[in-house]
Write a protein that binds this ligand. Structure first.
Ligand SMILES: NC(=O)c1ccc[n+]([C@@H]2O[C@H](COP(=O)([O-])OP(=O)(O)OC[C@H]3O[C@@H](n4cnc5c(N)ncnc54)[C@H](O)[C@@H]3O)[C@@H](O)[C@H]2O)c1
Length: 292
């Protein structure tokens, strides 16, 4: 039997090797040396912090974003991590052909793609009964279809490339989901956002299984309130949200993007080689209970 062009057979010959763990150090397992990671929505916010995380771990970074210019912090990357390669591509994750062109350009520039992080997303805030079809569709287009298209195009590339000295067959895909996939947000009206992130968590589960024979792992990260331009803009428009976001989590603070950097490196690297189809919540405890 074949799946995704790969024969379905055990990946392992059963033999006793209890000392295999001695062969690779933790530092080596977390290394992204020689790997190229595509980050959608990496021009600012969480995606931009992930560009730093990847580069600091030895990886090259291709940012795909709809914005004209990345945040000025992006220009710090070559100064801080001079050995790595960085490039931005203006594109739109909702436009399949355009996205395909951008992915082809990344492959032309970097030679291969070993990781994908889908951080492009929007979060409308409007009562359910007032939501207009075009606006709901736009949220789903970016958050769900944009994630789906990027994963499909990158998985196709991962499927056709050969392993290297540093990189095993396949690759690692990490979706940005949200705690909103599990619980409604206090003080916000985010029906389509919550539903879109639920879809992302489900997509991660399905793809992790379907792509496993090709050596492609798919996991997701569900942050709670995280300090980025997206949340700060919301708090500017609705100041009461700032109070909720800092007081509601049991840890009584919003996440800083630093709180997510280690996790994305873990998921992109061999440190998580046996993990797929899993969502990780990073919420300061908010998914388990709320203080207020
Ligand atoms: N900030 C939070 O509190 C929080 C919490 C949970 C989940 N998330 C998720 O994390 C991801 C990143 O959020 P953020 O806070 O960094 O947001 P952000 O608004 O700061 O950054 C999002 C980026 O996506 C880009 N983008 C938007 N539409 C696009 C499109 N059609 N094509 C390509 N790029 C596009 C934007 O230009 C921007 O650079 C989102 O998916 C968001 O839903 C954020």
């Amino acid at each position: 039997m074949k799946m995704n062009g790969h024969a379905v057979q055990p990946a392992q010959t059963l033999r006793r090797d209890p000392d295999g763990f001695l062969n690779r150090s933790v530092k080596d397992l977390f290394s992204l040396d020689g790997r190229t990671v595509v980050i959608t929505g990496g021009a600012r916010g969480i995606g931009l912090a992930f560009a730093f995380a990847v580069a600091e771990s030895g990886g090259h970074v291709a940012v795909l974003d709809v914005s004209e210019e990345p945040h000025p912090h992006f220009n710090e990357l070559p100064k801080r991590v001079p050995k790595q390669k960085f490039k931005t591509y203006k594109t739109d994750v909702t436009k399949y052909e355009l996205l395909q062109k951008s992915i082809d350009q990344v492959v032309g520039d970097f030679g291969r793609i070993d990781g994908l992080v889908t951080a492009a997303g929007i979060c409308p805030d409007q009562p359910f009964l007032e939501r207009k079809p075009e606006s709901v569709a736009r949220c789903f287009d970016i958050n769900v279809l944009g994630t789906y298209y990027a994963a499909q195009l990158v998985a196709e590339q991962m499927n056709r490339q050969e392993p290297t000295e540093h990189v095993p067959r396949g690759g690692s895909i990490v979706f940005m989901a949200s705690v909103a996939a599990y619980v409604a947000s206090k003080g916000q009206n985010t029906s389509d956002y919550c539903a879109s992130k639920g879809a992302v968590v489900s997509l991660c589960k399905a793809l992790g299984v379907e792509l496993a024979p090709a050596g492609i792992r798919v996991n997701s990260i569900s942050p709670g309130y995280t300090m980025t331009d997206m949340t700060l803009d919301l708090c500017d428009r609705m100041p009461h949200l700032g109070h909720i976001m800092t007081m509601e989590p049991p840890m009584r603070r919003m996440a800083d993007r630093t709180d997510l950097k280690g996790l994305v490196v873990y998921l992109l690297s061999d440190a998580s080689a046996y993990q797929t189809s899993e969502d990780t919540l990073v919420t300061g405890g908010i998914h388990a209970g709320r203080l207020l």
